[in-house]
Design a protein. Structure first.
Length: 175
């Protein structure tokens, strides 16, 4: 994990003045009822709430955006996904948080795509998945969040049309 984080930091330096949330990780985990992958915690501990390549926003789960906790936001996204799944089951085939193996969002793109995990098994084994806004649901990407970002920012868009080719990715503090 540290090797991948170091490679990501060399490729895309973190903001010089990161913006961090004030809630303890343990409180976030207690509210969710689970921990989050260790590599994501390390990513946020280094980058804070950030905006990669003027395309991908990653919020620090320790921040309460608009007074809403990460767990509240996760439940809202899960409820929204379930509503869509009722209406259009073939377009929304995933389980949704807090269902077992459910989609749990950790990032969003400027086009409205959501990036998260399928919460199958232990948190450190959760694969990345994209909930696309304008495209068909693709398969899980069996990488950690940092590995996914490192691959994407190095030119691998995983054959997904919703992931643009980002040249010279920068990272800005966001929040």
């Amino acid at each position: 994990m540290r090797d991948a984080l170091n490679k990501l930091m060399a490729l895309v330096p973190p903001p010089t003045e990161p913006i961090y949330g004030e809630t303890a990780w343990e409180a976030v985990f207690a509210q969710l009822g689970t921990s989050l992958p260790a590599d994501f915690v390390a990513l946020v501990d280094r980058y804070g709430s950030c905006y990669f390549g003027e395309w991908l926003s990653v919020a620090d789960p320790r921040s309460a955006a608009g007074g809403e906790s990460f767990a509240d936001a996760a439940r809202y996204v899960g409820d929204q996904y379930r509503e869509f799944r009722k209406e259009w089951p073939s377009w929304y085939p995933l389980a949704a948080w807090p269902e077992p193996g459910g989609f749990l969002k950790w990032g969003s793109t400027d086009d409205g795509d959501w990036i998260g995990w399928l919460t199958e098994g232990e948190p450190d084994t959760w694969p990345v998945i994209i909930w696309p806004r304008h495209y068909d649901q693709g398969p899980a990407i069996r990488l950690t969040a940092i590995e996914f970002l490192l691959e994407w920012f190095s030119g691998n868009a995983f054959g997904r049309p919703e992931l643009p080719d980002l040249d010279e990715v920068t990272c800005e503090a966001w929040g």
